[in-house]
Write a protein that binds this ligand. Structure first.
Ligand code: GLU
Ligand code: MG
Length: 444
């Protein structure tokens, strides 16, 4: 439904749009925006909008601060909660350019577009479906976010689930952005939920994932709640993952190339190499997929999150799962990577996953046998799998060493990401916590 600038201007007029918000995403995955009155729209569509990139996290240095935003017209949508507040505001997601008209090397959308172009050269298009889990928390006495679960319900519960209507409001808000939800349910932990939307092309899906985070926070706020995508907000119960279903299709025919009916797992040779690529680069890309100090408190045994570098069908402790498909639906063949969490930057995450998988195909990486047993409870002496890194610090070391992943990100993003994240890790590493005081002070 590619729209022209003229059509956007006409549509905005017809809808009575008063303000236009241009959005983009910084390196750590935060959505940024700039808003202007609709009178500026023709100019903005003609020439883009200038902004100072130097004050955006990990974006640009002072010397290279001038950036300009070029809106992607296909992302035009009215912001539903603004409309509720009496303002008709349209938003568009943008690509970021440098003054000489080149795509900005620090724009995560550009990094994903480059990875998609690599896949296209090999004849593939890349489809993904992320499943973002989140918690709904009540505010503390001062109105600040606090880990106080909004209900005491669990997986698919009905009677104790207090959020059924909130989730439906969320689905309505997502629909306003053209996000088609497939399923919504309470998750395993108290106060935890999941809303899944349709599988689709990676760039559009990354746009939708960042939009979903913003929309869910806005709707929760309307109900005096706080929606959080923090990976492990509460010790001792499940954290929130962002499992990503993935497949490649033939760029000409649209046919899913992961399917092979002869294989016991229904997987083609390409799919097997792709999984091998995901396993081979799991340690190298995990800092992008699970980017917080807190992420590594989720990636521990016992909470349905992966730890071991293995794959299987039914096994939720595996890093990669191959979901069963319905008979006669080969198009839905896909592989699910379970280590990402919803605090990641979806553009960078999809870019590195794709490049990891393509590396597996290019180099015909062999896939080890599937592991179908519950790996959390297997006798450690029999467990021959490597594990994910145990901390952000370790993950950053692995990222620096992985050439496929660092190439996918490019020098600009790598430098800024490592700089920001090393600082975050160091701050945490030297902080004396309550746990240490409770544990050590009475004894030593
Ligand atoms: N919340 C779990 C995780 O951290 C996943 C639960 C599920 O299988 O949906 O990945
Ligand atoms: Mg889930």
């Amino acid at each position: 439904m590619a729209r022209t600038a003229q059509e956007i201007i006409a549509l905005a007029e017809e809808q009575g749009v008063e303000f236009v918000t241009l959005q983009f995403t910084d390196i750590v995955g935060m959505v940024k925006n700039i808003t202007f009155p609709v009178s500026q729209l023709p100019d903005c569509l003609d020439r883009g909008v200038w902004f100072d990139g130097s004050s955006i996290e990990g974006f640009a240095r002072i010397a290279e601060s001038d950036m300009y935003l070029a809106p992607d017209l296909d992302t035009y949508a009215l912001i539903p909660w603004d409309q509720g507040a009496g303002f008709t505001t349209a938003r568009m997601i943008c690509d970021v350019y440098t003054p000489d008209g080149k795509p900005f090397a620090g724009d995560p959308r550009h990094i994903l577009k480059s990875a998609i172009a690599e896949a296209a050269k090999m004849g593939y298009s890349y489809n993904v479906g992320p499943e973002l889990e989140f918690f709904l928390f009540k505010p503390d006495a001062n109105g600040n976010p606090a880990p106080i679960p909004h209900d005491a319900a669990g997986y698919f519960d009905v009677s104790t689930d207090q959020a059924t209507h909130i989730r439906r409001h969320m689905v309505r808000a997502l629909a306003a952005f053209g996000i088609r939800v497939e399923a919504l349910h309470h998750e395993v932990a108290i106060g935890q939920h999941e809303i899944d939307f349709t599988y689709g092309p990676a760039l559009q899906t990354a746009d939708q994932a960042v939009t979903l985070r913003v929309a869910l926070k806005a709707v929760a706020q309307q109900h005096s709640l706080y929606a959080t995508f923090m990976p492990k907000p509460i010790t001792g119960i499940n954290g929130s993952g962002m499992h990503v279903h993935q497949s490649l299709s033939n760029i000409q025919t649209g046919q899913n190339i992961f399917y092979d009916g002869q294989d016991p797992y229904g997987l083609s040779q390409e799919a097997r190499h792709f999984i091998a690529g995901l396993l081979a680069h799991a340690r190298g890309m995990i800092a992008i997929l699970a980017p917080l100090v807190n992420s590594y408190k989720r990636l521990v045994p016992g909470y349905e999150a992966p730890v071991y570098l293995s794959w299987g069908r039914t096994n939720r402790s595996a890093l990669v799962r191959v979901p069963r498909i319905s008979a006669g639906r080969p198009q839905s063949t896909r592989v699910e990577l379970r280590c990402p969490d919803p605090a990641c930057n979806p553009y960078l995450a999809f870019a590195v996953m794709l490049m990891a998988g393509l590396d597996g195909i290019r180099n015909k990486l062999p896939l080890p046998d599937a592991a179908e047993e519950d790996l959390y409870h297997i006798n450690p002496s029999k467990r021959q799998f490597e594990t994910l890194p145990g901390s952000l610090g370790e993950a950053l070391d692995d990222l620096r060493r992985d050439e496929v992943i660092t190439t996918a990100l490019g020098a600009h993003v790598m430098d800024r990401f490592i700089e920001a994240k090393s600082q975050e890790w160091d701050e945490y590493r030297i902080f004396v916590s309550q746990w240490e005081l409770d544990r050590y002070l009475p004894i030593f």
